[in-house]
Design a protein around this ligand. Structure first.
Ligand SMILES: N[C@@H](Cc1ccccc1)C(=O)O
Length: 491
């Protein structure tokens, strides 16, 4: 006998079917020790092995509605009307005899069936008013549901009766299991109601029971379940790669608070207090307030109001320290850079920060209110604009972008300012952030004497390009199929 590894339940079902040929799961449950669920499950397994066939059918049954029951007894409204008259009769008289409602229903059908015509408020009966199919059908039905085959009623006739709400349709699902020729062969080949042992237990060994048991052999043809190895999220992998590049270029990683005072997020960066980026619609403002760093208050205030002691006119107007105290979710990681510089005003400083920033953006395929930035600063004697461009170029080269260029840009805190762009096949030049040399208006009030190169690069943009995504949101949604498909590396 071919080894089919039948379970005890499958054997039960097969032996039952051997006698009955065809049975429902209910029949099997009645005739074996199995529950309906187990009988069903075993039947499907038998089907997979070609020993049985499972068939699901929906059968339609019909029964009279309560209205239908009444008419089956007294006749359809049109029949009741026609029975009451033997010549032209005023509708009004009929309405009194029966009911206005009944006559209302009847008139339509009288016309449709050609049993009567209606003229000037009179019903004039026709000569031939023989029994119609719907009446015959009505007489055959009652409150127990039956199939059309059982009654011989025509499909079209029953449909009309259902539409008239005189008959109700009931759908019942039924499942039958039929043994196949192969199944019969197996069932007849001395099938025993014992189950193969799949696990050898210490109990079986100690008692010696194992000697009389049959063991299920290994099935080496069965395809194993796919396993998915754990891996680092592709976005995290890219972030780690960027981090690694800056570390290798001799930078130190810095971290800062997500909640920043407006002072560090805006004022220390010489952003005027009436700058539109500070508005509610662009920035997440918090109710809490921060203490301001006393040592820089006067210098920053003076820089904003009149340009401090340097050759600058400042923004003019009054600088309000209460505005600077307001907390925000950092709108850029530049707040982390500037605080780090204030804390470390002596050269050299070479630091980067790769972290989240927050802006009030309407979410769409290219905007999310949370996103990552790659921020960096270099402060040292004789640092030049050329050093800045070289540094960024080097980073992008190491990321695998060959063509890098810089377009003039504007930020309130840098001069000159540029926007680095990389060239992507199919897309052309893609802008990837901002960079520049911090203005004296930024560095002076914090006691920084050397030039500072600074940049803030978009990380998620770069990730979209590298991972071939059309929608930024995929980076944050953990779509399991996408994650499984994304390669760990490309060769
Ligand atoms: N903070 C800027 C980027 C930037 C950082 C540093 C210098 C110049 C520009 C931004 O978020 O877009």
């Amino acid at each position: 006998m071919e080894d089919l590894n039948l379970t005890l339940n499958e054997k039960e079902v097969l032996l039952f079917l051997k006698q009955k040929g065809t049975a429902s799961p209910g029949d099997i449950a009645d005739g074996t020790p199995l529950k309906i669920e187990n009988a069903t499950q075993a039947s499907f397994l038998l089907e997979e092995k070609g020993l049985a066939e499972v068939k699901d059918e929906v059968s339609e049954k019909y029964r009279l509605s309560s209205e239908g029951m009444q008419y089956a007894k007294k006749g359809l409204p049109e029949r009741q009307v026609i029975n009451k008259i033997d010549g032209p009769t005023p509708i009004k008289d009929l309405q009194e005899m029966l009911s206005p409602q009944m006559v209302g229903i009847a008139t339509g059908w009288l016309k449709r069936k050609g049993w009567a015509s209606i003229e000037k408020g009179n019903i004039i009966p026709a000569t031939d008013i023989s029994e119609t199919d719907d009446e015959i059908a009505l007489a055959k039905l009652d409150e127990t549901a039956v199939t059309l085959e059982e009654t011989g009623i025509d499909q079209k006739v029953i449909k009309d009766l259902v539409k008239r709400k005189l008959v109700e349709k009931e759908e019942t699902k039924s499942r039958t299991i039929t043994i196949t020729a192969e199944g019969r062969k197996i069932a007849a080949s001395g099938l025993e109601l014992t189950e193969d042992i799949t696990q050898l237990t210490s109990r079986l060994l100690k008692s010696g029971e194992w000697k009389n048991k049959t063991f299920r052999p290994y099935n080496i043809d069965k395809p194993p379940k796919r396993v998915f190895a754990a891996k680092v999220h592709p976005y995290q992998r890219l972030i780690d790669q960027m981090r690694q590049i800056f570390l290798e270029m001799g930078f130190t990683e810095i971290k800062g608070d997500i909640i920043q005072s407006s002072f560090w997020n805006f004022d220390a960066l010489f952003q005027p207090q009436d700058h539109p980026a500070r508005e509610m619609q662009d920035t997440f403002h918090l109710e809490s307030r921060s203490q301001l760093p006393g040592e820089y208050l006067e210098t920053v205030c003076s820089m904003h109001e009149k340009g401090g002691d340097i050759e600058s006119r400042g923004w003019g107007g009054k600088w309000d320290s209460d505005v600077a105290k307001r907390n925000v979710l950092r709108t850029h990681t530049t707040s982390v850079s500037i605080k780090h510089l204030a804390d470390n005003p002596k050269p050299p400083v070479k630091a980067f920060c790769i972290d989240r920033a927050y802006r009030r953006e309407t979410i769409d395929p290219t905007h999310t209110p949370e996103f990552e930035q790659l921020e960096g600063v270099v402060m040292d004697r004789n640092m030049s604009f050329a050093n800045l461009l070289g540094c960024l170029k080097e980073f992008y080269h190491r990321m695998g972008f060959e063509n890098v260029r810089f377009r003039p840009g504007y930020f309130p805190y840098t001069e000159p300012s540029v926007e680095p762009e990389v060239y992507i096949e199919e897309l052309g030049w893609v802008e990837l952030g901002g960079a520049g040399i911090f203005r004296k208006e930024v560095t002076e009030p914090l006691g920084i004497k050397e030039p500072v190169l600074a940049w803030g690069l978009g990380v998620s943009r770069l990730a979209m390009l590298r991972l071939g995504l059309k929608d930024l949101r995929e980076l944050y949604q953990s779509d399991i199929e996408w994650l499984r498909k994304s390669p760990v590396c490309k060769l």
